[in-house]
Ligand binder design. Structure first.
Ligand SMILES: [Zn+2]
Ligand SMILES: [Zn+2]
Length: 199
């Protein structure tokens, strides 16, 4: 079993800073691997649905090997500190919901506030050390509500053909393109709604 502190440090390196959200995500990843009895995956053996796009998601990705880029991580914008994991070979799914009261078991509010507000990265890591240790040592069921659930088997990621949008000229995955008046259009061109404006 990899040391929890090392896992957290690896996650900090990826994420860019030390924070409590990341700590929750790392702990969540560890709990998921523990409960499903699987190691960090290199491919799509494991699939996760996350319900927020907070710092925690980076921790979870670092620990489990479930990543947005591999197509085995789905984001649902529900604003919940919860995730559901599906292990393909066992067709087994578990849902983890973070218990905020677990923080009360590892540090008092003042220590948590001080650790979070420290600006020097090295001092911050030092202040986090005790918190990280205690959080890693808490049993999974004291940090998360653990539910055994059922879900449909998620599709495997596929490489899809691209077509050229006939309005902006950019290549677009065929399954994401829209045919309007016989023309292939990308989603922003088909809706006339885009998040940027060309200068
Ligand atoms: Zn963060
Ligand atoms: Zn377009």
């Amino acid at each position: 079993m990899v040391d929890f502190k090392n896992l957290f440090e690896d996650a900090v390196e990826f994420h860019g800073h030390t924070c409590l959200g990341l700590l929750i995500g790392v702990r969540m990843g560890v709990a998921a691997l523990n409960i499903l009895d699987v190691d960090r995956v290199s491919d799509e053996e494991l699939y996760a649905v996350v319900e927020n796009d907070s710092c925690a998601v980076d921790g979870l990705q670092t620990v489990t090997g479930v990543t947005l880029g591999k197509g085995n991580l789905l984001f649902k914008d529900y604003g919940k500190m919860a995730a559901t994991f599906y292990l393909r070979n066992k067709k087994k799914a578990i849902r983890l919901v973070f218990k905020p009261e677990s923080f009360g078991k590892i540090a008092d509010e003042k220590d948590l506030r001080e650790a979070m507000s420290e600006e020097n990265p090295e001092k911050k890591m030092a202040k986090f050390a005790k918190i990280v240790k205690r959080f890693g040592d808490l049993p999974d069921n004291e940090v998360f509500d653990i539910l055994s659930v059922e879900m449909d088997e998620p599709p495997m990621a596929e490489i899809r053909q691209s077509v050229r949008c006939e309005k902006c000229g950019e290549m677009t995955m065929e399954t994401k393109s829209v045919v309007m008046d016989g023309k292939h259009l990308c989603i922003p061109c088909s809706t006339n709604m885009n998040y940027y404006r060309v200068k």
